[in-house]
Design a binder for this molecule. Structure first.
Ligand code: FAD
Ligand code: NAI
Length: 468
C-alpha cells in the first residue's frame, strides 16, 4: 500500500493532522498502537481528568455552596463508582467519535507499533507480532509524551499507592491523605479532584511557587485560594525519595537551597513532575532523525525533521505540551504537505488549569516582559466588583491585562476566576489580530457577564475602570 502521508500516533496532534490531510485530498493512513484513538489526551489526560474535575466540583458545590443559594440537599453522598463510570463513558464517547471521524474521512487505520525504516517507509507490527510495510511520500511523527519520573530519583509506580496521573484518575477509593510531588498543572488538577472528595492533599514543590512559569500574581492568588480549599504546600522543597511505607508511601524532601531532609507519609503519592517525549522503538536513530538535548524530535519552522519527508508535531517536539498546540501543528503540517502555508502563532497559545476557580493565560507574563525589558502597562479588575460573579457566588479571582506602553498592543492576559478557561479566548482572538487594550475595552460586552471583568481590566489598562 502507498500513501501521501502516514501519521504515527493518533493523539490530538496525529488524528487532527490525518483528518486535515484527508480533507485536503491526500491519501492518508494512521498508525496507532493502542486499541483506541485519542492518545494521552482522550484516554488518560485532558478528557478523563475534566470528567472527574467537573463531577468532583459538583460534589463540592453541593456540599459547600448550595445552601447559601437556598438549595438544601443535606450532606451529599459520594458514589465514586458512578463518578468513575461517568469518566469512562466520557472517554468512550470521544474514542467512538474518533473511530467515526477516521471512517468519515476515509483514513486507513493501521493498528500496531509504527517504526520508521527510512524516509518513505514505515513498518507496522500488530499484537500478533506480524509486521506489514507501507510506503508513503511523507511521514508525520505524532507519538506524544509519557510520564517522566523525578529527575535522579527512582520511583516504583504501582499506580495504586505510588501513582502517576494515570493511576490518580482511577483510584478505587478516596484516600485519607495524598502527597502530590510537583505543584504543576497535573498535581493541582488531580489534587483538586481528590481534595474535593475529602482527601487531605499536601503538595511538595521544588520551586518557591506553584504553577511555575505562570504570572506570579496569578500563582500567588491561586495558591491562597487552594489553601482555603484545604491544600497544604511545601514550597522550595526538593523531593529526593518516594518509597512504599506500610499501607501507603513516604516522600523524602529537603530544602531546595540545602538543609535537612524530612519525610512525610500518605495513603497515596501522586508524582507529577512533568512528561517527556515518547520516541521508543520508532527507529529514529536508524532513520537518522535528530533529537535535541531533551530527547525531543528536532524540527524546523515547518515541522520538518532533518530527514526530508519526515515531520513531527505535538508533545514529541519542543513547545508547550498541550493538546490544542498539537492539534494546530497537525493542521499546519497537513496544509504544508498539501502545498499551502501552514502556520501556528506560538505567541498566542492559551493555557488553562481546570481547577476551581480556573486559571487561564495567554501571551506574556509580567515577569517575562520585565526580563525582556519591554515597557508595559497593566490593568487589573477583581471579580468581587462584577455583578454576575456576585449573583453566582463566584467572586474569587481577577483579570489582569498587560499591554505595550507605547502602542497599547495587548501582550498578555491572565485570569483567575470561574469560567476563566472560556473567557480567555476573547483575549486570544484580540491578540491574534494584534488588538489593543482600547480595542478590547471599547468592544460592547453583554451585561451581566463575567466577561465584563475582561472589559473592565482592559479599561483599567488604557484608562480607568468604571465599576471600582
Ligand atoms: P499523545 O496524545 O501522547 O498521543 C500519542 C499517540 O501516539 C498515542 O496514542 C500513542 O499510543 C501513539 N504512539 C506512540 N508511539 C507509537 C508508535 N511507535 N506506533 C504507534 N503509535 C504510537 N492538554 C491540554 O491541552 N489540556 C488539558 O486539559 C490537558 N490535560 C491533561 C491531563 C493529564 C492527566 C495529562 C497526562 C495530560 C494532559 N494534557 C492536557 C496534555 C495533552 O494530553 C497532551 O499535550 C496531548 O495529548 C499531546 O498530543 P500528541 O498528539 O502530541 O500526543
Ligand atoms: P509541570 O511541568 O506542569 O509541573 C511539574 C512540577 O514538578 C514543576 O513545578 C517542577 O518544579 C516540579 N518538580 C520537578 N522535580 C521536582 C522535585 N524533585 N521535587 C519537587 N518538585 C519537583 O508537569 P505536570 O504537572 O506533570 O504536567 C505535564 C504536562 O502536562 C504539562 O506540560 C502540561 O502542559 C500538561 N498538562 C496540561 C494540562 C492543562 O492544560 N490543563 C493538564 C495536565 C497536564
Amino acid at each position: 500500500m502507498s500513501y501521501d502521508v502516514v501519521v504515527i500516533g493518533t493523539g490530538p496532534g496525529g488524528y487532527v493532522c490525518a483528518i486535515k490531510a484527508s480533507q485536503l485530498g491526500l491519501k492518508t493512513a494512521v498508525v496507532e498502537k493502542l486499541p483506541t484513538h485519542g492518545g494521552t489526551c482522550v484516554n488518560v489526560g485532558c478528557i478523563p481528568s475534566k470528567a472527574l474535575l467537573h463531577a468532583s466540583e459538583m460534589f463540592a458545590e453541593a456540599g459547600h455552596s448550595f445552601a447559601a443559594l437556598g438549595v438544601e440537599v443535606g450532606t451529599p453522598k459520594l458514589n465514586l463508582k458512578q463518578m468513575m463510570a461517568h469518566k469512562t463513558q466520557t472517554v468512550e464517547q470521544n474514542t467512538k467519535g474518533l473511530d467515526f471521524l477516521m471512517k468519515k474521512n476515509k483514513i486507513d487505520v493501521l493498528r500496531g507499533v509504527g517504526k520508521i525504516l527510512a524516509a518513505g517507509k514505515v513498518s507496522v507490527t500488530g499484537d500478533d507480532g506480524k509486521a506489514q510495510e507501507v510506503e508513503t511520500k511523507n511521514i508525520v511523527i505524532a507519538t506524544g509524551s509519557q510520564v517522566s519520573a523525578i529527575p535522579g530519583v527512582e520511583v516504583d509506580f504501582d499506580e495504586k499507592t505510588i501513582v502517576s496521573s494515570t493511576g490518580a484518575l482511577d483510584l478505587a477509593k478516596v484516600p485519607a491523605t495524598m502527597i502530590v510531588v510537583g505543584g504543576g498543572v497535573i498535581g493541582l488538577e488531580l489534587g483538586s479532584v481528590w481534595a474535593r472528595l475529602g482527601t487531605k492533599v499536601t503538595v511538595v514543590e521544588y520551586l518557591d511557587t506553584i504553577l511555575g512559569g505562570m504570572d506570579a500574581d496569578v500563582a500567588k492568588q491561586f495558591q491562597r485560594l487552594l489553601g482555603k480549599q484545604g491544600f497544604e504546600f511545601k514550597l522550595g522543597a526538593k523531593v529526593t525519595g518516594v518509597a512504599k511505607a506500610g499501607k501507603g508511601a513516604a516522600v523524602t524532601f529537603e530544602p531546595a537551597k540545602g538543609g535537612d531532609a524530612q519525610t512525610l507519609d500518605a495513603d497515596v503519592v501522586l508524582v507529577a513532575t512533568g512528561r517527556k517525549p515518547y520516541t521508543e522503538g520508532l527507529g529514529l536513530e536508524e532513520a537518522g532523525v535528530e533529537l535535541d538535548e531533551r530527547g525531543r524530535v528536532k524540527t524546523d519552522k515547518h515541522w520538518s525533521t532533518n530527514v526530508k519527508g519526515i515531520f513531527a508535531i505535538g508533545d514529541v517536539i519542543a513547545g508547550p505540551m498541550l493538546a490544542h498546540k498539537a492539534e494546530d501543528e497537525g493542521v499546519a503540517v497537513a496544509e504544508t504537505l498539501a502545498g499551502q502555508a501552514g502556520h501556528v502563532n506560538y505567541d498566542v497559545i492559551p493555557g488553562v488549569v481546570y481547577t476551581s476557580p480556573e486559571v487561564a493565560s495567554v501571551g506574556k507574563t509580567e515577569e517575562e516582559l520585565k526580563k525582556a525589558g519591554v515597557e508595559y502597562k497593566a490593568g487589573k479588575f477583581p471579580f468581587t466588583a462584577n455583578g454576575r460573579a456576585r449573583a453566582m457566588a463566584h467572586t474569587d479571582g481577577f483579570v489582569k491585562i498587560l499591554a505595550d506602553k507605547a502602542s497599547d498592543r495587548v501582550l498578555g492576559v491572565h485570569i483567575v476566576g470561574f469560567g476563566a478557561g472560556e473567557m480567555i479566548h476573547e483575549a486570544a482572538v484580540l491578540m491574534e489580530f494584534g488588538g489593543s487594550s482600547e480595542d478590547l475595552a471599547r468592544t460592547c460586552h453583554a451585561h451581566p457577564t463575567m466577561s465584563e471583568a475582561v472589559k473592565e481590566a482592559a479599561l483599567a489598562t488604557f484608562d480607568k475602570a468604571i465599576h471600582i
